[in-house]
Design a binder for this molecule. Structure first.
Ligand code: SAH
Length: 350
């Protein structure tokens, strides 16, 4: 057997944007701090060469905490009777966009539980109105699994991007995180449908989700290599006390940073956020994420009175730097590590 050390694997990722599953498993499970720093520098170089030191902003509008699904990890699962359910009206969503636009946001991300109240007609009307009022902005949807027809319709109404994390690329692992009514096959189909329709598509997964193995993480990376999404959202799993995973340990911040860096090397142009979950577990998570190759931040534009109720997980950060209204503070923190927040739309560039 030819022995390939971690530095060789990192060099290979840097040069050819690929490594085998075995190599990825080895790298993720045995990388030491010195090698992690080598990886970090390569990822940072790659991001800097594509995006310079620009960080793109996405304004997150969490418009509904209702959900028909029961994802075992998520605080918004329909079985959780202790969560406060709310939905924003079209006018409230438009108000969020107006606030965001004034602050310099050029992307609005509409995210919610799978809430049937927002059927195609209503969702389409919301998208059309945002499109009309803000022709220079990107509209990103994150509404979970819908029919191909529905995705097509919303695209025609003016949506440009869609975030749908695949959550895990392993069928057995998927079934440990979701009820039998949900299927990885369908989720993957949705991702391919969205791509075909013309959306810029974001996949992604949690790091350290219950029952996840290092092999699963390597499979996630191989899946991303096949799908070639335009964006990828990853963040540590964080327990929520009203779910069956209340006692499961939270994901590891270091491992999440290492995965961000690997994803950057495998997809030099990908739009890669330093996520709220990362910032929730580590007060420097956002800056660390950027130093490991992330180039997007998604501050919260939801109305203040509802923010605490969009509780995907415990202690989800929604104030301070996570809050869109504190953009100045966030800009300073980003500047302190050598980057600058820009108000570009930040589309995917081939
Ligand atoms: N209903 C939409 C949005 C889901 S919430 C959809 O199905 O795509 C957005 C993401 O938050 C999820 O895809 C999941 O990866 C993440 N998430 C949910 N619960 C979490 C938890 N307990 N810890 C960390 N991330 C979580």
């Amino acid at each position: 057997m030819i022995f390939i050390n971690n530095i060789n694997i990192i060099d290979k990722l840097y040069e050819s944007h690929f490594a085998s599953k075995l190599e990825l498993v080895q790298l993720i499970s045995t990388i030491n701090d010195e090698e992690a720093e080598y990886l970090r520098k390569k990822a940072q170089d790659t991001a800097l060469s594509v995006f310079q030191n620009k960080i793109y902003l996405r304004g997150l509008i969490e418009f509904s905490s209702y959900c028909k699904n029961d994802c075992y990890y998520c605080g918004l699962q329909k079985s959780n009777s202790s969560v406060v359910r709310y939905r924003l009206s079209k006018d409230e969503i438009l108000q969020c966009c107006e606030n965001g636009y004034k602050l310099g946001f050029k992307t609005f991300v509409l995210q919610g539980g799978e809430d049937l109240y927002f059927n195609d007609e209503y969702m389409g009307a919301i998208v059309r109105e945002i499109r009309e009022k803000y022709p220079d902005c990107a509209i990103t949807l994150s509404l979970g699994e819908r029919s191909c027809k529905s995705y097509e319709y919303l695209f025609k109404c003016g949506a440009n991007r869609y975030l749908l994390r695949h959550e895990t690329a392993d069928f057995e692992h998927y079934s440990k995180l979701h009820p039998p009514s949900m299927s990885l096959k369908n989720r993957i189909q949705c991702l391919y449908d969205l791509k075909k329709i013309g959306y810029q598509v974001g996949a992604g997964f949690m790091v350290g989700s219950p029952f996840q193995t290092v092999e699963n993480l390597a499979e996630d990376l191989i899946f991303l290599h096949k799908l070639k999404p335009h964006m990828c959202g990853i963040g540590p799993f964080i327990h929520h006390s009203s779910t069956r995973f209340a006692n499961k340990p939270d994901g590891d911040v270091r491992q999440c940073l290492i995965l961000l860096a690997i994803i950057r090397l495998m997809h030099p142009n990908i739009l890669l956020p330093a996520t709220t979950a990362l910032a929730t577990l580590d007060e420097n998570g956002r800056e660390q994420g950027i130093l490991f190759g992330a180039n997007v931040i998604m501050p919260n534009l939801s109305p203040l009175n509802h923010r605490k109720d969009y509780s995907l997980y415990e202690n989800k950060a929604y104030s301070g730097c996570e809050a869109a209204e504190n953009l100045k503070y966030l800009s300073e923190k980003v500047r302190a590590v050598g980057y600058k927040i820009v108000s570009d739309r930040g589309d995917y560039i081939k």
